[in-house]
Ligand binder design. Structure first.
Ligand SMILES: C[S@@+](CC[C@H](N)C(=O)[O-])C[C@H]1O[C@@H](n2cnc3c(N)ncnc32)[C@H](O)[C@@H]1O
Length: 224
């Protein structure tokens, strides 16, 4: 079953409805996720314990701007778990610029994900230097940031100023513990939101518990 206008699916598996995306690369698994074929279409189950975007969907995400043909700048792709599902969603006519600075992780990402998926352009760069992403062209529909850095909001804002369309969407994963261990998670999220409010309209804040107990997701619209 397809969720309203959202480009993900709920598939029956082991007697439960599970989140899934339609596999862009038939037979290809990224993190040992289950593949299920129904009526000739292959789906990949999307594990909310492994992907914070899936956790946000499970916890009531109201805006889902990742669509067929969307363009996305993704900071902190790591080994590519979440980005592989976004790749399924945006399809062959969409594009994802995937930034990662750790070369060992990036190699894994290239081998297991980017080399199989033509809609992903890997960028081995530091997200603090957005001017050095020479392969990004034009402005994107969505910027997704999951880099777990204390100054991630400032890094994200600089990236959005360069690459996000006006009225484009911004997803920020806040790792509440990495920013300041002495502050409560609620206060950390509030302070990050205050920093964002100059540039963004905040649309939703989602606690990712129980899938991920140390993170929250902020979804916002770019006003500049
Ligand atoms: C929590 S992981 C991301 C997980 C991934 N988003 C997923 O859902 O599959 C954070 C990643 O951000 C990367 N990272 C941290 N700081 C960065 C920076 N300044 N530039 C680029 N990547 C960075 C780390 O190397 C790490 O792979």
């Amino acid at each position: 079953m397809k969720e309203d206008n959202f480009e993900f699916f709920w598939i029956n598996s082991d007697g439960e409805k599970k989140l899934a995306t339609e596999n862009l690369v038939i037979g290809n698994q990224v993190y040992n996720e289950k593949l299920i074929t129904k009526k000739g279409t292959e789906y990949r189950l999307w594990d909310p314990f492994r992907s914070k975007l899936a956790a946000a969907i499970m916890n009531g995400l109201e805006i889902f701007p990742f669509k067929n043909k969307s363009s996305v700048l993704y900071l902190g792709v790591s080994t590519g778990t979440t980005v592989s599902h976004i790749s399924d969603i945006v399809g062959p006519s969409g594009i994802i610029f995937g930034v990662e600075h750790a070369s060992r992780v990036a190699r894994d990402f290239l081998d297991r994900v980017a080399s199989h998926r033509a809609n992903i352009i890997p960028i081995l760069q530091d997200a603090r230097k957005p001017k050095e992403y020479f392969s990004v062209f034009g402005k994107v529909d969505v910027v997704y940031v999951d880099i777990a850095q204390p100054d991630q909001t400032n890094i994200a804002i600089e990236n959005c100023k360069m690459y996000l369309k006006k009225d484009g969407y911004f997803f920020l994963v806040i790792k509440t513990r990495s920013i300041d261990v002495t502050k409560s998670p609620k206060r950390i999220v509030e302070e990050e939101i205050q920093r964002m409010e100059v540039y963004f309209e905040i649309l939703q804040v989602i606690d990712l518990h129980p899938y991920d107990k140390d993170h929250a997701m902020v979804i916002a619209k770019f006003l500049k």
